[in-house]
Structure formats: C-alpha cells, structure tokens
Design a protein around this ligand. Structure first.
Ligand SMILES: [Mg+2]
Length: 241
C-alpha cells in the first residue's frame, strides 16, 4: 500500500498493524486474557461516516446501490466494492480530510486509558476504509493494537478495493478476524448488522441500536450502552464481582 504512504505520509506511518503482537496480560489479579473488538463507524464515531462519505463522493452510484444493499438484493461485499470503485483516485485526499472532521463518541479516550491500565488489547474491526479509521484515530494509535478495514489502491484512475478479510457476503469478516486471536474472553462493541456475526461469537457484547434489535430478536444477551464511560464502568463492576 505504498500509494497511500506516498499520498499522505503523515497519516500512514510505516507500520503494519496486523503484524503487531498482542500484549500478554501480566496482571495476575485477572483470571483470563481479555481482548476488545470494537467497530468504528457509528460506534467510535458518532455518525455512520462510511455511508456519509460514499453518499458524498459517489452520489449517483450510491443512490442506486445503497437501497439494493439495504434490501439485501446485493451483498455488502459486492455493493461496497461497486460504490468505492466508482470514485476517482483523485478524491482520496478529500476523503481523508472528510474523515478528520468526524466527531468521536464521548468517553473513548477514557476507555482507552482504562484498557491500557488493565493491559487489555483493543482491536478495531471496521467494514469502512482504513484511511478514514486512521484519520480519526491517529492521536490514539499508540493505544490501539490493530486496525482491520478496507485498504485502497490509488494507483489507477479509479479507487481499487483491497480487502484481505473478505469472506462470504462480507467485505470485512469481523467474526473471522476475532476467531484468529487467542483470547479467553472476547468483548465485542458495535452498533449495526455488520457486527452481528462478531456479536454472536463474542463472550460479552456491548450493543447500540440497531444491533440491539437483531440481538433481541435472536435472544442473544448483551449490555446496552450510550458512551464509552458506560462500557468502562461496566467492565470495572464485572471485575469487582
Ligand atoms: Mg458501525
């Protein structure tokens, strides 16, 4: 992905998140190795930034394809690729700039501080763009163990999608990423249907609507939350028991 580094060096430093090892828990007070798997769009960010971006940079194609995805006539994997690959590569830096303006949900920094103190790794799993996730999370990157999202190749006239985690109908298969980690306790945090498979497989789920609706429907237990302070306090309380 040298193209990204060339285009925006300060945003994409020379690291490969996927190669970072997970920090082992050294604190014997804890019984098990916990890992947090957290969605990005509509979870860390207040708004659904991917849909906002695609509607802005691919207005005509997204107006046709988004309703097809919502109606499940087109898979996320097909539809997201079709929309992204209709955007000229020259829009890349504007997309990154757009991402930088997206507000983060309250308590996220305090939550990261808590995870660092407790030596609990946090992995970001996003069905959106890697460059948008990085644009928002750059100030906190030293406290995040890995980011999984869609990479873009900008070397051709139109963006080319490069997702290493495609599977079935999904562009980024979150549950498969989660399963690739060795954890005693997996904590999933999310807000939408794209977090569904991950939530089903997780030991503990923190969900916001509309993910809560799907979980209710399938009677999968979860903890509702409004901001990241709620999650932090819930984890502190459950530890104290
Ligand atoms: Mg989301």
């Amino acid at each position: 992905m040298s193209h990204i580094s060339e285009m925006d060096d300060d945003l994409c430093p020379e690291y490969d998140f996927t190669q970072l090892t997970i920090v082992d828990r050294g604190n014997e007070r804890h019984r098990s190795k916990r890992i947090v798997f957290c969605d990005f769009d509509g979870t860390i960010t207040v708004a659904e930034t991917f849909v906002a971006m695609i509607s802005r940079f691919a207005p005509e194609v997204s107006a046709l394809v988004l309703p097809e995805i919502y109606a499940k006539r087109v898979t996320l994997r097909q539809g997201v690729r079709q929309m992204l690959e209709s955007i000229p590569s020259s829009s890349y830096s504007e997309i990154v700039k757009f991402a930088r303006t997206q507000p983060i949900r309250a308590g996220f920094v305090e939550f990261l501080d808590f995870l660092k103190t407790e030596q609990i790794p946090i992995i970001i799993v996003s069905g959106g763009l890697h460059c948008m996730v990085e644009a928002v999370l750059t100030p906190y990157i030293d406290r995040i163990q890995a980011i999984y999202a869609i990479d873009l190749d900008t070397s051709l006239p139109y963006l080319q999608v490069n997702s290493r985690y495609e599977s079935g109908t999904e562009m980024v298969a979150k549950a498969e990423i989660m399963a690739s980690y060795d954890a005693d306790e997996t904590i999933a945090i999310g807000d939408s249907i794209t977090d569904w498979n991950m939530a089903l497989a997780a030991s503990l789920v923190f969900a916001r609507p509309p993910l809560t609706d799907y979980l209710d429907e399938h009677q999968k237990p979860y903890t509702p939350w409004n901001d990241f302070i709620d999650i932090r306090d819930d984890l502190i309380q459950s530890d104290a028991k």
